[in-house]
Write a protein that binds this ligand. Sequence first.
Ligand SMILES: NCCC[C@H](NC(=O)CCC(=O)O)C(=O)O
Length: 445
Amino acid sequence: MKHFEANFDGLVGPTHNYAGLSFGNVASLSNAAAVSNPRAAAKQGLQKAKALADMGMVQGMLAPQERPDLHTLRRIGFTGTDAEVLNKAAKQAPALLRACCSASSMWTANAATVSPSADCRDGKLHFTPANLVDKLHRSIEPITTGNILAATFNDEKHFSHHQHLPEHASFGDEGAANHTRLCREYGETGVELFVYGQEATNPSAPKPKKYPARQTLEASQAIARLHQLDDDNTVYISQNPDVIDQGVFHNDVIAVGNQNVLFYHEQAFLNTQNKLSEIKQKFGDSPLHFIEVPTNKVGIQDAVKSYLFNTQIITLPSGEMAIIAPTNCQENEAVHAYLQEVVTLGTPIKQVHYFDVKQSMQNGGGPACLRLRVAMNDTEVAAVNQHTLMNDVLFSELNNWVDKHYRDRLSVEDLADPQVLIESRTALDELTQLMQLGSVYQFQK
Ligand SMILES: NCCC[C@H](NC(=O)CCC(=O)O)C(=O)O
């Protein structure tokens, strides 16, 4: 049996815009009200996904969500025709309308936490959609995310889909962005690392002062229980609250792991040495590479601006590892110098590839935010909805679809235009046919 780590990238939705919705996410706030280019955003994402497929990786796509979210607008009391609902919301509660129009589901690292079958007691691959309760615009994602995951990984024999955690701050859960898995071969049992920003039931535990900690320890523990993980293969790590206060709103802004490599900033965690020892002990005897980046080489501000750690570390079919980085890393002197050095350190990382994902970066989402990792064996890959897997045909179909339906200019004011709603629904309806997803959206039910 062969084993892979597949990446499922989020297709950028037709309403991609800059609304400044994410307090604590420096890029989102600083680009608030900028004009976006949904067509370019979607194409940048498709280019990256296709490039990885061309490198021999298993690559899939996850459909975006229905936005504007008329269902939520009606739920909070706006009535009338669709056009009237949009119009009233724009006048009476513009901030709520913006929240209901975000294309934030594109960052599929926040779609769910995924545990591969080798780690789970029942031998199934487990998915729990993230509840994303810390941000209104993201808290409306999990039900549709669950529908899309179930339509993509649509075989109960292999895939176990859980409901998202209870919608309360005690269970704040942001999905795979705060979760990493270390392993030898992808098919062997690994060590799952859960990184959290606060403990809901222990108010005296460290937590940030300025910005929110979006993930709780209690949420991470609940996921580990649901996924039937073994304590011997699970490590909980507290994020350093000081870096959350400097804009590290998810752990994947400061650390990333792949197989036997953990790449992280020296200030990423609390009790770093103890936690590294625990990882080593649980990982067992084979070689493990901890690549710690010191502050004197890359400061926190440079890491947050360039997204050095929001890179994907992938294992190529040759066995070598490559870093998939945003071009922003090339443009930052210290970070670029570090990436030139990292391939010489004698670790499995031998290559760096740069991709322009600026439309996403301006909202605080790098290459790693745009993908959900799913380690699978070949039987499981065969059980996936094959129309979601990237190849020449899907790439060209999706590019044509984007050209046909997406605008190349969208301002926050445009979101109230009923025409945007019509365009978005027409596009998504066609997409569900193209990817054979069935009826995953409210407007299709
Ligand atoms: N993993 C990256 C997630 C980025 C995402 N940004 C946003 O939602 C910004 C949307 C806006 O401001 O329009 C977030 O902060 O959760």
